[in-house]
Design a protein around this ligand. Sequence first.
Ligand SMILES: [Zn+2]
Length: 469
Amino acid sequence: MPPRRRKLPNILFFGIDSLLADHMSCYRYGRLTTPHLDRVAAQGTLFERYYSPHIPTTSGYANMLTGMDVFSTQVVALRHKGPMRAEIKTLPEILREVGYTTTCVGFRGNAAARGFDTYIDFDSGWKTFEQGRMPKAENLNQATLPELDRLTKQKQPWLLFLRHLDPHSPYLPPAPFERMFYGGNECDPKNRSMDALKEFKPFRDYLLSWMPEGITDKDYVIAQYDGEIAYMDACIRTLFARLEAKGILDETLVVITSDHGETLYDHDCYFDHHGLYDVTLHVPLILRYPGAVPAGKRVGGYSQHYDLVPTVLELAGVESGIQFDGTSLLPMVRGEVASHRSEFYITECTWMRKHGWRTPQWKLIRALEPDFHFKPAVELYNLVEDPTEYNNLAEQEPEVVKILSARMDAWIAQRMAETGLPNPIENQGDWHGHEGVGPFKTSQQAYDTLHIGTPRQAQQLQAKAKGEK
Ligand SMILES: [Zn+2]
């Protein structure tokens, strides 16, 4: 158990959207993208192998905020219909019962965002290139700082949940961050690296709308993503400075994580967060709470989003009486357990409907219907020898496919029996948002049907996940 605290701690929870752990300098990225968060990590504990097993946004936040997996929440799709099951409690709902005041910034209306006392919006910037660069994190600060002042003036402990959207496309960081990691000519006609994206009809209209006209260099776009992280990092420093000025930083439990990662130019996924590859599943987790969480510790074992709520509650000293699917990570921090779960079930239901099984060595991906990238129905990667997952071994290693499929199916059967509920990925109907179409029969049909238009339409696609007020 952590040392007993005099009172319930305030909790500052960064639930950042689309932050790829491997592009943060504290996760050994070659560019210095997160100098401030690196310092926070050095003052707290960082989890090296922390995963979002059920991507993307709606399902990822559902696991992050409930301590439950996809079978318990039944939330698997980005465009989840209706509310999350009433039997499942969210972190703000649990904390409100023991006297917390709870505020959510930038995450209103989503099925996974249930249970806060106060919701605050900010301009999170779904803009085109012509409309100019977007100070998303400064807008978030402007909305958050007065709320932080209000929360710290009242007597109750508080939970402040912030959803930054800076690493989420459109990547339009303000100066000087747009040139921080790029000094070349992004429109060099000799560079052909963007040709494949320009051919990809479902995404190209949206993606090109927020890139400079004549863009040819994919590395420029990746540098914009990195610039967004660096810009957000600088703005987050302002929030920490405010807590320091109030003298309450060290009595505040700080959580930093993300709903899912981001696929940049890998696997034909083009600056989005679909595909069950590690770039999208591997997310950061940093905890800072001096006295209860050791400083400078890096935990090497495996952990998942549903472990976070039990961890936060143990650190806060809150007994919820809930049987979570996840397990508190503090035994891992103390070195008593290497990993609670080193192999686990993974799902995506965003632009493709797939599931799979990940072990420390292997990743199996099985399509539930043909996808718009014309990828094979079964993929198998050796994560030790091929960590970037480009060498599909499904045909060479049928025995491994068979073993992993059996382990995945056994887990699905076990969880269905334990919850008395179906596997939600099996019954998603028009998960893609096209009414009456049902599962795609061919990849060509998926390719011809799916399309993101303008940034405004992209924002509406995200907002469609609204299940309740
Ligand atoms: Zn997201």
